[in-house]
Design a protein around this ligand. Structure first.
Ligand SMILES: Cc1cc2nc3c(=O)[nH]c(=O)nc-3n(C[C@H](O)[C@H](O)[C@H](O)COP(=O)(O)OP(=O)(O)OC[C@H]3O[C@@H](n4cnc5c(N)ncnc54)[C@H](O)[C@@H]3O)c2cc1C
Length: 322
């Protein structure tokens, strides 16, 4: 589908082979002036398949980790420092919700997904998008049919979700057959109406939610992280989760440090109410008794190291963000 699109890509045309100084010394391979990130350039226009017929591809990006650092340091007039200092700064900004430097990085995706996924997606209002028009174009005969292993009964404990275990194989096949039959019927009626000369905007109105649609979607990194936090969460529908997970992998190529901090501090985190936290603090303090080293040992066991260990202990003691 992408062919040689990358060769003609405007992003490629505007960047030059020469690399401008400061980016070389700090965040490897990123040219500060143009926000050129080697790992992102390598995947521009690459199609990442999602579901049975969908995809995500990175059309373009503006800035990367270096842009976040430069934006944050503009107030002090300081340039780029070492890789480690830059990584620490990004981590500090992210965990303390200093969000505006992350808004300086912008990504544009081209995605193809079923309409029911698009319906959930479009609730994230802080993006700019342009979708294929069913009034202008004839919609393609492309519908989502879930893999048998994704066909499950209604969950008993989650009103919005499905059970973990799929239904038996005979039922899986029956569901797939019914979905496909409905899609074929709807599409053949659509074609018949078009054949009768009925307007595309009317002929399409009975097409089902499983129909594939496509759009360009542009968002800044701060708001992309909000989208990813909600849509990579196990509470989100599996189908949109598949897109969010793929987009996170792509975003890692644009700004690996910011993504690592996002993964460390946001993705795997939970929030406690103040009362819950009070209770937890009491239990933790009791458990550690007179031996504060126990916090440190526990932290190191799960891979927390360096100054992050002090931050962890300070957080438990003070109950405030560090
Ligand atoms: C698991 C799950 C289940 C859901 N179920 C339902 C459901 O059953 N029904 C339903 O209707 N929705 C549902 N949603 C959608 C949900 O309620 C949110 O609308 C959606 O997740 C978008 O979140 P957001 O508002 O943070 O995103 P965004 O729209 O991207 O907003 C990001 C931030 O910008 C702010 N913002 C955005 N636009 C403006 C504006 N114009 N002015 C001021 N501030 C603005 C927001 O307040 C927010 O802080 C569900 C979402 C999830 C993840």
């Amino acid at each position: 589908m992408t062919g040689n699109a990358a060769d003609n890509h405007p992003h490629h045309r505007r960047t030059t082979p020469g690399r401008v100084g400061r980016g070389d010394t700090a965040l490897g391979g990123e040219n500060v002036g143009h926000g050129h990130v080697e790992s992102a350039e390598a995947i521009l226009d690459k199609e990442y398949p999602v579901l049975d017929k969908g995809f995500v591809r990175l059309v373009d990006y503006m800035g990367g980790d270096q842009r976040i650092v430069q934006a944050a340091r503009v107030s002090y007039g300081e340039g780029t420092k070492s890789y480690r200092q830059d990584a620490a700064l990004i981590d500090y900004l992210l965990r303390n919700e200093h969000t505006s430097p992350f808004e300086q990085v912008v990504l544009t995706f081209h995605t193809k997904m079923p309409v029911f996924v698009a319906r959930q997606w479009v609730r994230h209002r802080t993006a700019r998008m342009n979708e294929i028009s069913g009034r202008y174009s004839v919609m393609k005969d492309e519908f989502y049919v879930p893999d048998g292993r994704d066909i499950a009964a209604q969950s008993d404990d989650n009103k919005q979700g499905r059970c973990e275990e799929p239904v038996d194989q005979a039922t899986q096949k029956d569901v797939q057959k019914r979905l496909t039959a409905g899609q074929e019927r709807a599409y053949s009626e659509y074609e018949e109406l078009l054949g009768l000369g009925i307007a595309r905007e009317i002929a399409r109105i009975n097409l089902p939610l499983s129909l594939y649609t496509e759009w360009y979607w542009q968002i800044d990194l701060h708001n992309l992280f909000r989208f990813l936090r909600l849509r990579m969460d196990p509470h989100a529908q599996k189908e949109i989760r598949a897109y969010a997970t793929t987009m996170f992998a792509i975003t890692r190529e644009v700004c690996p440090l910011a993504c690592q901090s996002f993964e460390d501090h946001v993705l795997g985190s939970v929030t406690f109410s103040s009362a819950e936290w009070e209770a937890l603090q009491e239990v933790l303090t009791e458990a550690a008794g007179d031996d504060p080293q126990r916090f440190e040992a526990a932290a190191r066991r799960v891979g927390i190291s360096g100054r992050a260990v002090d931050r962890f202990i300070s957080k438990i003691k003070s109950g405030t963000q560090q």
